[in-house]
Ligand binder design. Structure first.
Ligand SMILES: Cc1cc2nc3c(=O)[nH]c(=O)nc-3n(C[C@H](O)[C@H](O)[C@H](O)COP(=O)(O)OP(=O)(O)OC[C@H]3O[C@@H](n4cnc5c(N)ncnc54)[C@H](O)[C@@H]3O)c2cc1C
Length: 578
């Protein structure tokens, strides 16, 4: 892997941080008038000592985290990843052992205090908004997915922050922030993956109000912990009748379960994917009974899905850098292959697709920041949940986040696989050998379209918003109209947007429904590309000089690919209707 700071060497990422992101709106929503700092002044609570006191301090605090993670990932962990992958996670006599290189890489992040990035300061976390978490995720996943998952899993604590009782929060979240425990998601079962409403693991309550769980969970990442650090498994189990309403959410400790084995996998060799047997295993009920799937798991998965969008961007960036270096040094026909038009155009495509993916990932993070933290602020002021949900700004950005989350998970995962395929192609036969990092990146990327909800499930979650949202007064239409009004779009972009408004009604008129549904993926992909096209031009206009004209020309190439997809779909759907 390339050895460099994965933050400061990434110009597009830095441009987002320094020029594109509207920090004022994010910080107003997240820092709540710098309430952590004010509380620190009053109480002297050590956990709040790093809280920023103004806008500039907040920006520089967030950037220092990215820079420090970029340095550790790029300059230290990058040296370990090939060995981690070759050794892999091992299972013997009921015990999982991870490669020592993974554990030492994890410990580097722990020593630097970078593990609890998704945990609030009051519990000992770093306290950063979702946009920063998205950028940080990109940096972590760029170096290695098994490592990034190990580091990231403590941050599932966020769901405890949202849903657990005060007592449970105060007991467990600090332990996760201190890396005394890691966290894992116990959802999937041998017979139920996408079909979570029908899982069968059962939780029963005894007369003293204590819960025990029985059942088997499959594919549970990190259920065995990291090195000597145990895990808490956030487990979905049935407490009532059939379907989603009969499911509740429990905190289970890894010491109380049996790890029956780990999977032998195509990729993520250093990440343990565990079969977990629960036999009269004690569990603590999280939140209210009956909301396990419809509220807590969905909230947890939404966070995880934004993480997969970051994974797609980070892995694609890693593949691009590997391909660029290879193409410069590989000589064929007397010149570096980077000078051959077919290779040049592949590298250029990878680069512009990564720019687009990053834009979508950040827009998703922004939408979550603008609704979620505003809701938390109103809660602190004593407003009840019902009134909070009526707040116009919250309603708007929550709906947008609910759409952008599956859309960016779907698009970044699918596109990462497409461009990593090209990056391997640039390597020729060498890319197919284990001598080059690209083969590991290629294997590891394959899971992005599958876990935390497959691409097909993301499409199902996103399609409704496009169909209703593009009506005359629909929310998606308003979002896109407002975006395009923020700058002076090129005639190509205007044309693309007009065409998009035309194809949605054509799509809607495809009958019967079953046939229309078979094109859902095409419409979600097209919509993602429309959003990216607009954001691509908008942000390029914030640059100056050569940098601006170069990025605008990449935006144009991206738009040309988008209009080809649009026209293709339009003609196909028109022919079906006729
Ligand atoms: C490496 C790895 C790590 C994982 N980590 C975790 C973890 O930490 N915790 C956890 O709980 N789970 C984890 N999983 C499980 C993962 O989330 C599931 O594999 C995934 O949700 C898909 O479920 P499945 O494998 O049962 O596939 P299935 O649900 O059987 O799907 C098979 C195919 O059918 C399609 N399909 C199914 N239903 C529909 C539908 N209604 N509409 C359209 N298409 C549909 C799917 O898209 C897919 O293409 C992990 C899996 C792997 C491989």
């Amino acid at each position: 892997m390339i050895k460099t700071n994965y933050y400061s060497s990434n110009i597009d990422l830095m441009n987002h941080f320094k020029k594109f992101i509207n920090w004022k709106e994010i910080i107003e929503s997240y820092e709540d008038n710098f309430s952590d700092f004010l509380e620190y002044q009053e109480s002297g609570n050590d956990k709040l000592s790093n809280a920023p006191s103004n806008l500039e301090e907040a920006i520089s605090y967030y950037e220092s985290i990215l820079d420090s993670a970029g340095d550790i990932c790029g300059n230290i962990v990058s040296e370990n990843v090939s060995t981690m992958d070759k050794i892999g996670a091992r299972y013997e006599n009921g015990k999982v052992t991870l490669p020592k290189e993974l554990v030492s890489s994890y410990n580097k992040m722990k020593e630097a205090g970078l593990i609890p990035y998704g945990i609030q300061r009051k519990y000992g976390g770093l306290g950063v908004p979702f946009v920063v978490r998205a950028l940080l995720g990109e940096i972590l996943y760029r170096v290695d997915t098994s490592f990034a998952i190990a580091v990231g899993c403590a941050n599932l604590a966020e769901i405890l922050e949202r849903s657990a009782s005060e007592e449970m929060k105060n007991e467990w979240i600090p332990k996760l922030a201190n890396a005394e425990y890691v966290c894992s998601m116990g959802l999937t079962e041998p017979n139920y993956g996408s079909d979570l409403p029908n899982i069968t693991t059962k939780a029963t309550e005894d007369s003293s109000g204590k819960w025990v769980l029985n059942g088997t969970k499959r594919f549970i990442t990190q259920a065995s912990g990291v090195g000597d650090i145990p895990s808490i498994i956030l487990t979905l189990a049935r407490t009532g009748g059939a379907g989603a309403r009969g499911l509740s959410f429990f905190l289970v400790q890894s010491k109380d379960v049996q790890i029956a084995g780990i999977e032998k996998k195509l990729g993520l060799h250093a990440s343990p994917t565990c079969e977990v047997v629960l036999e009269n295993t004690p569990g603590l009920l999280i939140g209210e009974k009956g909301f396990g799937l419809i509220k807590y798991t969905m909230n947890m998965l939404n966070g995880a899905r934004m993480g997969i969008a970051s994974q797609g961007v980070g892995m694609a960036q890693a593949a691009l850098e590997e391909a660029k270096i290879f193409a410069k040094s590989r000589i064929q026909f007397g010149k570096p292959i980077s000078e051959i038009p077919a290779i040049k155009s592949m590298l250029r495509k990878i680069e512009r697709e990564i720019i687009a993916m990053r834009l979508l990932m950040i827009e998703g993070g922004r939408a979550v920041d603008l609704y979620y933290w505003r809701g938390e602020q109103l809660k602190k002021k004593g407003m009840n949940e019902k009134d909070i949900s009526k707040d116009e700004k919250i309603k708007y950005f929550q709906k947008l986040a609910d759409f952008l989350t599956p859309t960016s998970k779907f698009y970044c995962a699918e596109m990462a696989n497409e461009v990593i395929y090209d990056a391997l192609q640039v390597h020729g036969g060498s890319g197919f050998t284990e001598d080059y990092d690209i083969s590991r990146i290629y294997r590891d990327a394959r899971i992005t379209t599958i876990y935390d909800g497959t691409s097909q499930i993301q499409v199902m979650a996103a399609i409704g918003t496009i169909i209703t949202g593009m009506n005359e007064n629909g929310q998606l239409r308003k979002f896109l109209d407002d975006l395009i009004l923020e700058f002076n779009p090129t005639s190509l972009l205007k044309k693309i947007y007009e065409e998009f408004k035309i194809i949605v009604p054509i799509f809607k008129s495809i009958e019967p429904t079953q046939i229309r549904e078979s094109f859902n993926k095409d419409l979600v992909e097209t919509t993602a590309r429309i959003i990216c096209s607009i954001l691509f031009e908008k942000t390029s206009n914030l640059l100056e000089g050569v940098e601006k004209s170069e990025r605008l020309s990449q935006a144009k190439e991206y738009e040309l690919d988008t209009i080809a997809l649009l026209y293709g779909n339009k003609e196909k759907w028109k022919l079906i209707i006729e």
